[in-house]
Design a protein around this ligand. Structure first.
Ligand code: NDP
Length: 312
């Protein structure tokens, strides 16, 4: 059994920042990186709003630099996932997917959030065969082709702009008549000639062809939310960008979660309802969800954990 003063679960900006602070505070943290090392920023393109990068930086490169900083302070960074936690008494007992048991005096949860899907059967059927939630990962396969992006937030706007540089045509399908994305992204969307917004439409079905060993997407059947009129667009790929849900499954029954399954923290702090367990980043943030606010949350959680250890 391993023992640590601080176990950090998750490796986005929140988890890595918590590791930098706790390692520098002499807490010898163990950090489990989870299935997506570096978190959601590793599947984004350009990050232009993180201070310190005047020319912008791509998401994976930024996370690699933050990770390097974690190693500089000799945190024990492990690949793999924490799959079970017992927060009923301290030290807390946590288990990894490799069967390692860790006793932890404090735990910082920074497991982030994952892409949300529409819930259509056809979306499941063609996932990985023309349906994707990551333009940076899969955009390459649609060079010169026509695609659709579903959603109206910053993610959808960024995905559409990224794909517009590779694809012949990008339909931006949104359920309302205006975007939620920030003004700067909206400006770029409206100035990009091969992006066509389809307002007030929701996807009804992703159509395609299934052969024995292969499947391909051929189109998207849409319904107008006001007139109920149907429309079909011919596309080779559909990118879903309709937001995220917090990764809190393993904490159900252990911690207080809100109605959308986000971890509830005490206002202005990272304290959860269990003393010694802290949460930072998108796993507890319904509002801001930025790399910079996640990093700030990681810092707060590290300081809260250090103070907690000093107080017992
Ligand atoms: P958002 O929650 O901001 O947007 C989700 C979009 O999907 C909304 O337009 C929403 O519609 C639409 N939507 C939700 N559910 C459905 C559904 N079932 N069917 C059809 N459409 C649906 O999520 P994002 O992932 O875009 O962004 C999350 C956070 O990350 C935000 O805070 C954003 O600012 C941040 N972010 C920042 C970036 C940056 O700074 N460069 C880049 C990417 C994300 P409606 O508008 O009607 O609610």
């Amino acid at each position: 059994m391993d023992y640590t003063k601080c176990l950090i679960i998750g490796s986005g900006p929140a988890g890595y920042t918590a590791a930098i602070y706790t390692a520098r505070a002499g807490m010898n943290p163990i950090l489990y990186e989870g299935m997506q090392q570096g978190g959601q920023l590793t599947i984004t393109t350009e990050v232009e709003n993180f201070p310190g990068y005047p020319k912008g930086i791509n998401g994976p490169a930024m996370m690699e630099e933050i990770r390097e900083q974690v190693f500089r302070f000799k945190a024990d960074v492990r690949s793999g996932e924490i799959t079970e936690v017992d927060f009923s008494r301290r030290p807390f007992i946590c288990k990894s997917d490799a069967g390692t048991v860790i006793q932890a005096e404090t735990v910082i949860i920074a497991t982030g959030a994952s892409a949300r899907f529409l819930g259509l059967d056809s979306e499941k059927e063609y996932y990985g065969y023309g349906v994707s939630a990551c333009a940076t990962c899969d955009g390459f396969f649609y060079k010169g082709k026509d695609v659709a992006v579903v959603g109206g937030g910053d993610t959808a706007a960024e995905e559409a702009l990224y794909l517009s540089r590779l694809c012949r045509k990008v339909y931006l399908v949104h359920r309302r008549d205006c975007l939620r994305a920030c003004q700067e992204l909206q400006k770029r969307i409206f100035n990009t000639s091969n992006i066509e917004p389809l307002w007030n439409y929701v996807p009804e079905e992703i159509t395609g062809e299934s052969q024995k060993f292969d499947k391909t997407v051929t189109g998207l059947r849409l319904k107008h939310v006001l007139s109920q009129e149907e429309k079909k667009v011919d596309v080779d790929g559909v990118f879903i960008a309709i937001g995220h849900h917090p990764n809190t499954t393993i904490f159900q029954g252990q911690l207080l979660l809100d109605d959308q399954q986000y971890i509830v923290t005490k206002p202005g702090s990272s304290h959860t309802n269990v003393e010694g367990v802290f949460a930072a980043g998108d796993v507890q943030d319904r509002n801001y969800k930025q790399a910079i606010t996640a990093a700030a949350g990681g810092c707060m959680a590290a300081i809260d954990a250090e103070r907690f250890l000093g107080s017992i």
